[in-house]
Design a protein around this ligand. Structure first.
Ligand code: GAL
Length: 649
């Protein structure tokens, strides 16, 4: 468990570098990430490389005993390069070219840009690949940030046609898969197909789904190009990419498969402000962050990294990019750091060393203020460094008892045909995760083609497209399985299955969804369980089944059914109903649950159990009376952390 920091030597006078490096080491920093936006300084003119400054920066950091995460600078192609290859720019959904002057101004499908990326990656990896201080690599920076996964450029259109020809082999197969006879959308040739934008009304949903799949594959190819070069020129170093929060436009499991580990960028207060959370929660968790936002991503990226992951960018103070940018509560930066370690992080790296006094992010805090005085985030990082020294090493996270199935494709499918405003797959998944965590359960977030062996409970928030292999793997695991609404509601092509939803799930759950409706806020549906009424929202399915109902809609019909170990929910449960369902399935799976006080969360790693308080009031630490604390104690202040020894699981 080490600390790191993101550093931009090119932003500062060189006289500062030795002092920066010394102070980093003194603070307890071990890793320094550099270079991800430095292309214009590395190659100021086409083919003219200026390595001297970067060599000196690397040597300065190395001399202070710091390890380097070197990056490829491909998120920020310089002006001369864009001018030389205007075809590398993406087009947005309105057909407008995305211009130079910020970052990520490229289209993943541009052949000319890929060639330039290969060239600069070769150059940087060739220069620093075997440097003893360079211990890891980051490709590019935050694929997809600023809405950049999907491009509608001529390059993307061309690549899409090739992708379709590969997938369908014949244009007749494509027409069938897309149901293109509808509204006379049939094609005579792959060459006639365009990206699904600029249509008069909604584009064909199967066309859109394929465009999502295609765009996702393009990100994976783009990343792999760099990874292959780095592996060749920098043997023995870990290669990673820094993924984002609440971002689903490409399949991260697919990109992660080509990496040695995953990393992600954690901005707890920015995410709470920017996403769907109710106003009351935004106020309640204003300065501590939501109890589940960081944890959800920690567990997701542990899955993406096949057990190995870091936080590459940790919020150190106010950010600049949310609607409102409050300062973290004193202690929150420390708590977030420990939370990442509790979920298995190898490294937590802060963004950034010093606040920049110029350009887009001048309002973004760093560990140091712009005048180079250590800020509160820096002090808290130092506190963690000292505590880490006292705690010593912890084992990696062992397999959690519960898996939550995360499907990027499911999110695309619901985004294309939500059928109810606000029916967001990601939110449904998050709410189910929260319910599990409120019961004190550790959760692994896994892909639909994961190995489910060893899980007592598997929760699939919804899998609209279910492969037979997933059904078989779930059955073979012997786990209790809970499926959310709309599972099995589409074929791979995006059609309603011939046997009606839940399609392939019918092998295990003799259920047929004969009708669905979506409901505006306030219109229910209500759900009854043993005389008690619960709230649900947005969605109601009418199911035909011989199975007894575990819960019924007030208007009649089953809302929750189970067949042996398998459960199916026919609506989107509100919190109380969700808590009831999740607690019931967890108990049926033989798990011991420990409902936690509001705002409190726990996580086990090795022989230590951690507890965190996200509530703005103090809480009791949910530890046994005779616990031996290694951090904190029996009372948990707001943004507090406690940890105690348990017998290793
Ligand atoms: C991240 C990005 C960083 C910086 C940071 C600010 O999304 O990777 O370069 O912009 O946000 O919070």
């Amino acid at each position: 468990m080490k600390l790191g920091v993101c550093y931009y030597p090119e932003h500062w006078p060189e006289e500062l570098w030795p002092d920066d490096a010394r102070r980093m080491a003194e603070l307890g920093i071990h890793w320094v990430r550099i270079g991800e936006f430095a292309w214009s300084r590395i190659e100021p003119e086409p083919g003219r490389f200026d390595w001297a400054w970067l060599d000196r920066a690397v040597e300065t950091l190395a001399a202070a005993g710091l390890k380097i995460v070197m990056c490829t600078p491909t998120a920020t192609p310089p002006k001369w390069l864009v001018d030389a290859h205007p075809d590398m720019l993406a087009l947005d959904a309105n057909g407008r070219q995305r211009g130079f002057g910020s970052r990520r101004h490229y289209c993943f499908s541009s052949e000319s840009y890929r060639a330039e990326c290969a060239r600069i990656t070769e150059a940087v990896a060739g220069r620093y690949g075997r440097h003893p201080a360079v211990g890891a690599w980051q490709t590019d920076n935050e694929f997809g940030c600023h809405d950049t996964t999907i491009s509608y450029s001529p390059a993307a259109a061309h690549a899409f046609r090739g992708w379709l020809a590969q997938r369908y082999q014949s244009v007749d197969a494509l027409n069938r898969a897309w149901g293109a006879v509808f509204w006379s959308q049939e094609y005579r040739d792959f060459g006639e197909v365009q990206p699904p934008n600029l249509t008069v009304t909604e584009a064909n949903p199967s066309h859109r789904l394929d465009y999502n799949r295609f765009a996702s594959d393009e990100v994976a190819l783009f990343n792999r190009l760099q990874v292959d070069i780095i592996r060749r020129l920098s043997p023995g170093r870990d290669v990673t990419h820094n993924f984002m929060g609440f971002y689903t436009e490409f399949d991260h499991f697919r990109v992660g498969a080509d990496l040695d580990m995953a990393t992600w960028d954690s901005y707890p207060l920015g995410f709470l402000e920017q996403f769907w959370f109710p106003e009351a929660e935004k106020l309640r968790y204003l300065r501590q962050g939501h109890p589940d936002i960081s944890a959800f991503h920690h567990d997701l990226y542990r899955g993406v990294g096949r057990g190995r992951w870091w936080v590459m960018e940790q919020q150190p103070g106010p950010v600049n990019w949310a609607r409102y940018n409050p300062a973290p509560l004193p202690g929150a930066v420390r708590a977030w750091t420990w939370e990442a370690f509790a979920h298995g992080a190898e490294v937590v790296s802060y963004f950034r060393w010093r606040q920049a006094p110029f350009a887009q992010e001048q309002m973004h805090a760093g560990l140091n203020r712009p005048d180079n005085v250590l800020d509160r985030g820096g002090e808290e990082a130092h506190a963690v460094a000292l505590e880490l020294g006292e705690m010593g090493a912890l084992a990696a996270c062992s397999r959690a008892p519960v898996a939550l199935v995360f499907s990027y494709e499911a999110d695309w499918q619901f985004g294309i045909q939500p059928h109810a405003q606000g029916f967001r797959w990601l939110q449904l998944a998050f709410e189910m995760y929260s319910a599990l965590r409120r019961l004190g359960l550790d959760v692994d977030i896994v892909s639909p083609d994961a190995d489910f062996t060893g899980y007592a409970l598997v929760v699939a928030p919804s899998l609209p497209i279910i492969e037979d292999e997933t059904v078989e793997a779930l059955a073979a695991s012997g786990a209790v399985v809970l499926f959310g609404p709309r599972s099995g509601s589409r074929t791979r092509e995006g059609h309603i299955p011939a046997a009606l939803p839940p399609g392939p799930l019918q092998a295990r759950l003799p259920v047929r969804v004969s009708r669905v409706e979506s409901l505006r806020p306030g219109a229910g549906p209500e759900v009854d369980i043993a005389g008690r009424t619960f709230g649900a929202r947005l969605w109601r399915e009418v199911i035909e089944t011989g199975l007894p109902a575990r819960a019924e809609f007030a208007e009649g019909g089953a809302a929750w059914v189970s067949s042996e170990l398998w459960h199916y929910l026919a609506t989107w449960p509100e919190t109380a109903l969700l808590d009831h369902v999740i607690a019931t399935v967890a108990l049926e799976a033989g798990l011991s649950v420990q409902p936690l006080e509001e705002g409190v969360r726990v996580r086990r790693r090795g022989d230590v159990c951690f507890a965190f308080n996200f509530a703005p009031e103090p809480r009791r630490t949910p530890a046994p009376a005779d616990a031996t604390f290694v951090l904190g104690g029996a009372s948990l202040p707001p943004a507090g952390v406690a940890a105690w020894r348990i017998s290793a699981s």
